[in-house]
Design a protein around this ligand. Structure first.
Ligand code: BGC
Length: 722
């Protein structure tokens, strides 16, 4: 397989001081020629040093030529603090950063502009910390609600994923910091992630699991990508010729650098020849890495060609010319008020109003003298926790502090702990995890007393970042820490109880839905978490978040679980549901979930009218422009996300009942109406044909469905494709 790097003719004006000639030019230079010239000067040993780690987050440059180390750092919640070998905190005073809301929170905003701002601001922070690569965004598809990293990722839908991924990548890279999109590919569970083999049919791979990666490369032009830990079709992703050489570097013409996940490389010759460019890991014996001495030996033995090594070095240097060796580098800044504002805006648009049957929200503070704020999640912070990436937040406003900021002096706020959110790994010592799931009667009594003595209770339950973590999946969908007992007791004590559930993934909140009239969903919502939440509860912000994934009524409804296709057997997991992931499954199989994809209420209500298209008959190269009027029929201003799904009936292949093909979030003032336009390129209606390996736009009739959620379809329109 031939790998091509399309001609890199980037002209840069490189100003500044000389570092042995690497960027001493003040005249425009041809980066391609520059890189070739550098490669000619390098010894084989120097080249090998550039393709494997020399530190936890770095790989070597070449001092004598003024080529710096390539330094990365974790996202996606913000720029991770400095760590020592062994991953312990370096305890610096200079690495506090902005904590941005988690991935599924960002996805719940349905707002690519916010994804761009997230990327932009995180890029500025990476710059200020002198990082050239941000290991973000992460957007593996939420195939099972149990995946421990669902909170880092975006959604169950490839289109929503793609729009957010492209915007995040562009934002990060606007700061001359490389985005590293991850984890490529089909890393959809944490159970046995380092060994499991994924068998997925080609159509599902192309239609569900790859689109956001493809978009982030071809549209977002991401400069780096991280191969996943798992195997695809029997081959580790880090040495998978099909994924790396054929699809990524071949079909998508990826010009940048493929790095392994940490410790995710398993061979020298196969990985080198099949497309991996840079081996990263946690082990400190860097000269024993597959891409260190063993690679040098393999080149000497003729098993890996010098050309293959040069190609990797070319890609490393290419990323450097976009980042550390680029011209006009922005200076960067860290934990600024502007970044705090971005974190606030994301948080405030991410919160999902699930139920408001008694119109208790927004809070009417003229009637409320006292509030009992109950539950560990009212004071818990989420910037750190669990295994994997976190942020040493410069600050994080918890929910209680946010409520006090907004209501202190107006309302008397009483806090009761309610439960302790202390997760412990299942072990015989804690009765296999049962202990942390028991409620504490004394804390429940104290909470009940607080709820009884106040006008209203706001109960903060859900999970935290110890409970949801990289490296493991949840055992089931139930709420942890004995919370249901607390919820029942407090609800019985005070009928004016509002339940705020915090989590990054779907949970079984069926009991709450049944018994409680007011439910709010919130996330690991960044530095401004409490302020944003208080503003939503008090009505300063009209909630506009929409669920980025389906909440099943039970785990057995969910496709991978219904089919016994999770977490696999004997280290094999077969994606038996094919393309029917998330709402595609629920809608096609006519299963009623607890809350559907795209669901979220507001303090106002929107009426949709006059969905129509610019034409009724299209050909394969056309764009469909659909217009729809959205009217804010209530009394408060708000933002609404119009979701446009497409249905193809009578198809000759299996089709999902509907697929999201466009969406737009709009501001609509109370009493006003706006007309919005949504564009769908006809080619996006194609399915992937397994036998010919081609995208095929099937002629015939299609239905456009405009809704406020995947199940609340307000308007439809018919079109024909010739
Ligand atoms: C994770 C990556 C992360 C890397 C470095 C791995 O365990 O899967 O997402 O970027 O560690 O921390």
């Amino acid at each position: 397989m031939k790998i091509k790097i399309p001609g890199i003719m980037l002209c840069a004006v490189l100003a500044g001081s000389s570092l042995n000639g690497v960027y001493a030019q003040t005249k425009p230079v041809n980066t391609d020629a520059k890189i070739s010239a550098i490669i000619k000067k390098l010894t084989l040993e120097e080249k090998i040093a550039m393709v494997h780690a020399n530190g936890l987050f770095s790989s070597a440059g070449v001092k004598r030529l003024g080529i710096p180390n390539l330094v990365s750092d974790d996202g996606p919640l913000g720029v991770r603090e400095e760590v020592k070998p062994g991953w312990g905190s370096a305890n610096l005073k200079t690495d506090s950063a902005t904590f941005f809301p988690n991935g599924s929170a960002l996805a719940a905003t349905w707002n690519p502009d916010l994804a761009y701002r997230y990327g932009h601001d995180m890029g500025e922070e990476a710059r200020a910390r002198n990082k050239q690569v941000m290991l973000a965004p992460a957007f593996n598809i939420a195939r099972t609600p149990l995946c421990g990293r669902t909170y880092e990722y975006y959604s169950e839908d490839p289109f929503l994923n793609a729009r957010l991924a492209v915007a995040s990548v562009k934002g990060i890279q606007s700061q001359h910091v490389a985005a590293c999109v991850k984890h490529y590919a089909v890393n959809n569970q944490e159970v046995e992630r380092g060994r499991v083999n994924v068998e997925v049919d080609e159509r599902a791979l192309r239609e569900i699991y790859l689109p956001a990666f493809k978009a982030s490369i071809t549209e977002g032009e991401a400069w780096t990508i991280m191969s996943a830990y798992n195997k695809l079709r029997g081959v580790y992703c880090s040495e998978n010729d099909y994924l790396l050489n054929q699809i990524l570097k071949g079909e998508w013409e990826f010009k940048g650098l493929v790095m392994s996940d940490w410790g995710g490389t398993h061979s020298t010759v196969a990985a080198a020849n099949n497309g991996l460019d840079l081996e990263m890991g946690s082990g400190e014996k860097y000269d024993t890495y597959y891409f260190a001495k063993p690679l040098l030996d393999s080149v000497k033995a003729g098993k890996v060609s010098v050309k293959v090594i040069d190609e990797k070095v070319r890609r490393v240097l290419w990323v450097m010319y976009k980042t550390s060796l680029s011209s006009n580098q922005p200076k960067g800044s860290i934990a600024t008020p502007e970044h705090g504002k971005t974190a606030y805006d994301i948080a405030s648009e991410s919160i999902v109003l699930l139920k408001n049957d008694k119109h208790l929200l927004p809070l009417n503070t003229s009637n409320i003298k006292s509030i009992a704020v109950i539950g560990d999640n009212a004071t818990h912070t989420f910037h750190l926790g669990g295994f994997g990436a976190g942020v040493k937040a410069k600050y994080e406003i918890n929910a209680l502090a946010g409520l006090k900021n907004r209501l202190g002096g107006i309302v008397n706020i009483k806090f009761a702990q309610g439960y302790w959110g202390k997760y412990a790994e299942p072990s015989p010592a804690n009765h296999n995890g049962d202990d942390f799931n028991k409620s504490d009667p004394a804390l429940v009594d104290e909470a009940v007393a607080a709820a009884k003595s106040t006008d209203m209770a706001i109960l903060f339950v859900g999970a935290n970042r110890d409970y949801e973590s990289e490296g493991r999946d949840r055992k089931d969908l139930s709420l942890p820490f004995g919370e249901q007992t607390l919820i029942d007791a407090v609800t019985a004590a005070n009928p004016n109880t509002i339940v705020v559930v915090v989590g990054g993934a779907p949970y079984d909140i069926g009991e709450i839905k049944k018994n409680n009239h007011t439910i709010v969903w919130s996330w690991y919502n960044g530095s401004e978490n409490g302020n944003a939440l208080a503003d939503v509860l008090t009505g300063k912000i009209n909630p506009s978040g929409k669920l980025p994934f389906t909440f099943p009524a039970s785990l057995s409804q969910s496709p991978a679980h219904a089919l016994g296709a999770y977490p696999g057997q004997n280290l094999q997991v077969e994606y038996k549901e094919g393309i029917l992931v998330g709402y595609r499954w629920f809608d096609t199989k006519k299963i009623e979930p607890l809350y559907c994809f795209g669901y979220g209420l507001s303090y106002t209500n929107y009426k949709y009218d006059d969905l129509h298209t610019d034409k009724t008959v299209y050909t394969a190269d056309d764009n469909i422009t659909a217009s729809i009027e959205v009217k804010n029929a209530g009394k408060v201003n708000g933002k609404e996300t119009v979701q446009l799904y497409v249905n193809k009936s009578g198809s000759k292949v299996e089709r999902a009942e509907k697929e999201l093909k466009a969406f737009k979030k709009v501001y609509v003032a109370a009493g006003q109406a706006v007309t919005i336009k949504l564009k769908i390129p006809v080619k996006n209606l194609a399915y992937f044909d397994d036998s010919t390996k081609k995208w095929i736009v099937e002629p015939g009739k299609y239905k456009l469905l405009a809704g406020t959620s995947s199940r609340d379809i307000k308007q439809t329109a018919n079109i024909t494709i010739n």
